[in-house]
Design a protein. Structure first.
Length: 61
């Protein structure tokens, strides 16, 4: 379990970024207009990277 802590953090951050980008969580006014387009693709990308790294770790065991 401790081997996957990096992937858990990346997955959580990606989930938070995606929720902000798609409007599921209210975003602060300072980032609402400028960063929502970035968060819409960066959040899911971070989730995919976290899953790929976790899968690689489990295959290399």
């Amino acid at each position: 379990m401790a081997n996957y802590i990096d992937e858990f953090i990346m997955f959580g951050a990606g989930l938070w970024m995606a929720c902000l980008g798609f409007g599921m969580v209210p975003a602060p006014a300072s980032i609402r207009g400028r960063y929502t387009r970035f968060l819409k693709w960066a959040g899911p990308a971070l989730i995919i990277i976290a899953l790929a790294l976790a899968a690689e770790k489990s295959l290399l065991r």
